[in-house]
Design a protein. Structure first.
Length: 169
């Protein structure tokens, strides 16, 4: 008998060397697909997306996670005139701030990382590997199969939590 008190929580798949005790958060993406992410990445992605929906430069600065705001300034040197920093009262347009936002390159595209936290067996059984011309492959989960996907994750001892208040993909 195993004396490890955490053994019951370990995933049944070998997709990760260490079990995750936090639930995977999931969200329905516009277009009727489901995406999963660890809490830190889901929350960060949601904060960034909401920041880019700001009406003014000041609102953007207030909403943007501090470390990510600083990173944008570091990136600015690589893009010069393509990166425009709005003043606090200036109208805010995410596309004007950073070209990567309009191209879908920022923030991190979590749909392309599903294989980092979903076991291969579940990806193969419940997901569809799709591709884009510019951004590469990503996993898609049809929301009409939500119950089956959640059941398969539960069988693999992976907890989930639906979070429609977050806005990530």
């Amino acid at each position: 008998m195993d004396n490890d008190p955490n053994a019951a929580f370990a995933p049944t798949s070998n997709f990760s060397d260490s079990p995750t005790f936090e639930p995977l958060l999931y969200y329905r993406i516009p277009g009727d697909s489901i995406i999963f992410a660890p809490p830190d990445r889901a929350i960060r992605g949601s904060q960034i997306r909401r920041a880019f929906e700001s009406k003014t430069g000041g609102e953007f600065q207030d909403r943007m996670p501090e470390a990510d705001f600083a990173d944008l300034f570091a990136v600015r040197e690589d893009y010069d005139e393509l990166f425009v920093v709005p003043g606090k009262d200036d109208k805010f347009f995410g596309n004007n701030l950073w070209v990567g936002w309009a191209d879908g390159d920022y923030p991190e595209w979590l749909q392309a990382h599903q294989d980092e936290w979903i076991p291969k067996e579940i990806l193969d059984q419940c997901g569809v590997l799709e591709g884009t011309r510019l951004n590469g492959d990503y996993w898609s989960f049809d929301s009409s199969n939500e119950e089956e996907i959640i059941w398969q994750l539960k069988k693999a001892q992976i907890r989930t939590e639906r979070r429609e208040d977050l806005y990530f993909w």
